[in-house]
Design a protein around this ligand. Structure first.
Ligand code: 13P
Length: 336
């Protein structure tokens, strides 16, 4: 696979006014989301829910790609059409979550390292054959008393870089995600410092593992005060802090940055993205790769009537995609 082909995929992922829908919840995580609205976590409900999301009419207007889970990439619509075909027909690039989740980092209480490197080459080879063209790996950085440690940041950056190199070898664009969690009572400055140090470690590690940045996408968390801090930052403060942090640590050659929503409200996630794009021009396209901030409204509606509310739920998916697509252009408020 040439760097040019990887770069082409990466640019398509952040095409103007488009972003990614993350529907790669593991079976444990989707259980939490389903429990929240009283839906049984059965394989058929997971399949039906993902069918609802992926068959949203005109999804491709504002969505360039969707991140799937291992079970999902093998599933089909009720009528028997593979999800990857539905996506291809709508111009939505299939992506796949390939990490095995965060595990306790031995010797460092309260910290985690993401696992999943063993056997990854063979899994990537299979996912490529199944249609995936990009792959996500999420590292989790916790802020708390005396954490994160340098060891935790280095271990996660190293794993992210090893996974990214393997992805490029197998023809998939790595979407590297070092998520600095919102949880905690830290202030926005602390989040800024931790995010900056994490991104610097990540880009050092990517360089050391010969990862071509032209064929890489960063999935970043925004710079926010901790969710238990009682501090409320304005939309402009978040946008300015996040942009400054990214500009100081992310090489301009990167084709694009997409954000996770991380527990922000739908409105906040969209407003922050919009404000960052209004502050442009920026060195890279800034778009979204939201999970909860793309899906929550639809999941709520669907849970009230699984058979009857599919079309209504899809309307909210489309509306969220449109709002976030406009925010990726800095044109959301004017349209609202
Ligand atoms: P949220 O937008 O719900 O944080 O999920 C995005 C994601 O893929 C986290 O890995």
């Amino acid at each position: 696979m040439s760097i040019e082909q990887l770069a082409e995929t990466a640019l398509a992922m952040v095409a103007p006014g488009k972003g990614i829908i993350a529907i790669d919840e593991s079976n444990n995580t989707i259980k939490k989301r389903f429990d929240g609205v009283g839906i049984e976590n059965s394989e058929e409900n997971r399949r039906a829910y993902r069918e609802l999301l992926l068959t949203t009419p005109k999804l491709g207007d504002y969505i360039s790609g969707a991140i799937l889970y291992d079970e999902t990439i093998r599933q089909s619509t009720k009528a028997g059409v593979p999800f990857t075909k539905v996506m291809a027909d709508n111009g939505v690039i299939p992506g796949i979550k390939v990490d095995k989740g965060p595990f306790a980092l031995a010797g460092f209480p309260g910290e985690t390292v993401t696992e999943g490197l063993d056997g990854l080459r063979a899994r990537l080879e299979e996912y490529y054959k199944l249609g995936a063209r990009f792959a996500k790996w999420r590292a989790v950085i916790n802020i708390g008393e005396d954490i994160p440690s340098g060891t935790c940041i280095e271990a996660n950056a190293h794993a992210l870089a090893r996974y990214a190199a393997l992805c490029q070898e197998q023809g998939l664009v790595p979407m590297v995600e070092p998520e600095v969690l919102m949880d905690g009572n830290h202030d926005i400055e602390t989040c800024y410092e931790v995010t900056e140090v994490t991104l610097r470690a990540l880009f050092d590690a990517l360089y050391q593992q010969n990862v071509a940045l032209e064929g890489t996408i960063l999935k970043a968390s925004m710079v926010l005060p901790g969710s238990d801090s009682g501090e409320k930052a304005s939309v402009d403060e978040v946008a300015e802090a996040t942009l400054m942090c990214l500009k100081s640590a992310v090489p301009a050659i990167l084709p694009g940055i997409v954000f996770l929503s991380g527990g922000q409200s739908d409105e906040d996630a969209t407003a922050h993205l919009d404000a960052m794009n209004r502050l442009g021009p920026n060195p890279w396209p800034l778009s979204f790769s939201y999970g909860r901030a793309m899906q929550s409204a639809a999941l709520q509606l669907w849970s009230k009537d699984l058979a009857g509310n599919v079309a209504k739920a899809q309307e909210t998916v489309y509306a969220r995609a449109k709002d976030n697509g406009l925010a990726a252009l800095g044109k959301w408020k004017s349209a609202a």
